[in-house]
Structures are given as C-alpha cells and as structure tokens.
Ligand binder design. Structure first.
Ligand code: SAH
Length: 232
C-alpha cells in the first residue's frame, strides 16, 4: 500500500514510520509513506497556500490550486490502474466519524491520499473535485489534519498482515465483536495489596474465557450502551 500525505508541516510525520510494530511494515516495504509539502505545489515566489475566505470572517482557507496540483502529481506518479483501489480522503471535523470498520475498509486499498487541512479548512471546490471521503476523528476541533492523519495511518497499518504478531490479538481487541476489551493483568500476582482475579491464575481456560467475555460485556454495557445494544 502507498500512503501519500499532503501537509504544510511535513516534519510532523518524521517519526511515524520508525516506532512500534507499524515500523516493520514500512521497513519491509509492504507499506510506503510519502509526505508531500503543499508549498512545493505553489507557483508564486512566496509559496502561498492560503487566502482570506470569500464572504468575510476570521481566519484563512487553503486554496484549491496547490492541493489540486499535489493530488494530480501523486495520482500520475502512482498510476493505479484500478481506480476503486485509490481514494483521496480529507480530514475534517465535518466528515463521518472514524470507526474500526472504516479503517478495515481503507486498509484494503492500494493507495490512500490524505489531505491535512489547516486554518479554517480548505476551498470547497477542491473537495467537490477531488475528495472521495471526508473523515473526522471525533467531535472536537484540532488545529490541523496532521494528527488525525497519523491516527488513520497507525490504525490501517496495524491491520496489515504480519504487523500485529498474533492474528488472535487483532480479533480479540476492542470493537472487533462490538465489545470493548476485558481488563488485562500481568506480573506480579499481587501489587500494592491488590490480587489478580483468581480465575486468571487458576489455569482453567474455559473459565478464563467465560470471565473475559462477561467482563467485556459488563464494561461495554456500562460505558458504551450504544455499542452493547448493537452487539446483541
Ligand atoms: N473550520 C473548521 C475547523 C478547521 S480546524 C470547522 O469548523 O469544521 C483545521 C483543520 O484541522 C481542519 O481542516 C481539519 O483538517 C483538521 N481537523 C480539526 N479537527 C478535526 C477532527 N476532529 N477530525 C479530523 N480533522 C480535524
């Protein structure tokens, strides 16, 4: 998979391919991350990417042309034959809220082009012309699309074959079956007077499985009744 990111702050992405289990996908070449500086696609000597909004009001808006040129450049360079395998996404608080299922479906693509907004956002004509999906990472407002882009990159690369050691650990995690994860414990067996639940040290796998399922259900019902209602 090729992930292309368009941003005015390319340096923010320098650490992304180098840490944790996702780094293997990048070092093995299974996944390629290209970061494009939006200013490289301007044509004036000030490398201007933004301008004032029509109709007035505060802030600045990213202009359509440099983004359009960047996207065209990337699409031409990648020359993906099956256009359904290539998507251009915009991070915006107005997009549909990111879910594990969204990550699963975009992790199947050959090429993902991610546009990071800044300021008040981007010219709507660019959205109408070039954007396939608008995604929000939650109901709050950040200063830019770079951190949301990193959320998406981490989430999809994690799903690629071989990235997370045991397939089983992907399946048992929060949201996979509509439930949140159960509580985890590790050594020592007693910490500051609190013992690990007996069932986990008892060695009966059937009981352990039952305990985990019950705890998952209880936690989901308590904290996320919306998820729980869907899972039954
Ligand atoms: N005027 C916009 C907010 C712009 S925030 C509005 O009210 O909707 C600046 C940029 O940060 C956005 O263009 C977007 O790329 C990014 N951003 C901020 N919050 C985000 C969120 N919750 N999800 C995804 N991107 C977000």
């Amino acid at each position: 998979m090729i992930i292309d990111v368009i941003t005015i702050f390319p340096a923010m992405f320098e650490t992304v391919p180098h840490y944790g289990v996702i780094s293997d996908a990048f070092s093995s070449g299974n996944c390629v991350l290209n970061i494009y500086d939006l200013r490289d696609f301007t044509r004036d000597k000030h490398r201007k990417v933004d301008d004032r909004p029509y109709g007035g009001g505060p802030g600045m808006v990213l202009m359509a042309e440099p983004l359009d040129r960047a996207i065209r450049h990337i699409r031409k360079k990648n020359s993906i034959k099956d256009k359904d395998m290539q998507k251009t996404i915009l991070l915006t608080p107005g997009g549909s809220v990111l879910k594990q299922d969204t990550l699963k479906s975009i992790s199947q693509l050959q090429n993902l082009i991610i546009i990071c907004g800044r300021y008040e956002g981007i010219d709507q004509r660019l959205v109408d012309l070039c954007v396939d999906m608008e995604i929000s990472i939650g109901d709050y407002v950040l200063t830019g699309g770079e951190i949301p882009a990193m959320v998406i990159i981490d989430g999809i690369v994690r799903l690629m074959p071989g990235v997370v050691g045991k397939e089983e650990s992907l399946r048992s995690e929060s949201f996979e079956d509509g439930l949140l994860d159960w509580p985890q414990y590790t050594r020592p067996a007693t910490y500051r007077g609190i013992k690990v639940p007996d069932v986990l040290t008892g060695g009966n796998h059937g009981d352990i499985e039952k305990w985990r399922k019950n705890r998952s259900e209880e936690i989901t019902r308590e904290r996320r009744p919306d998820l729980f209602d869907k899972s039954i």
